[in-house]
Design a protein around this ligand. Sequence first.
Ligand code: NI
Length: 238
Amino acid sequence: MNWRRVLITGAAAAVAMTPAGAVGAHAAAPRPAPNCLVTKCVALSFDDGPSRYTPQLLGTLEARHAVATFFLIGPHALAYRQDVLREYRDGDAIGDHTVHHPDLTKISSARVSYEINTAAQQIASITGHRPTMLRPPYGAWNARVRSLAGKAGLSVIMWNVDPQDWKYHNTPLIERRVLAAVRPGAIIEMHDTYATTPPAIPQILTTLKARGYSLVTLPQLFAKTGGMKPGVVYHHGP
Ligand code: NI
């Protein structure tokens, strides 16, 4: 399946459904997604947003024709719906990061299902599309969480590069930590909820491009290896 074509078709539909939202009319550049089996790919992912810092990040991604994946907290999505629509129309991928950001391994199964399904519905109420990816808060999952995610139609997306931008509010350090750890197929985890993270992205993109990497969304990263399946945990791509 040509994921990029699906995204563009979906984005056009979303625009048609929401005539009030002129934000992000910039729209997805119709560029084919790379084949990550033959190209060095890397996926940037951003959790916990949107926030007041998200527009700066989206401006950088748009200017560089780069895409990313955003794991949204449902109420934050509702509070910043124009940013969510802008992500969607830019061709970024959007996943579920729950309603209240709990450790899903420490709450009842009924609560887990509530957290992930409610956030999925909140996101779908904006984009028109229910997410198919879950990033568990704190990266905390177990067999039960994985199974409940699968029942909700979600794959579980972890990461293998973590600059700990939540701990180090230091833009040059975030750049160095990402660039020291990146490798082909990497899933990088950051947050668009700290002022110090979006300013790190221009240098990260410049260096990754110089090293021959292609920036992809999570679905693009797995497009040539059978896609992502509900209830399966992914830490990195090919
Ligand atoms: Ni989080």
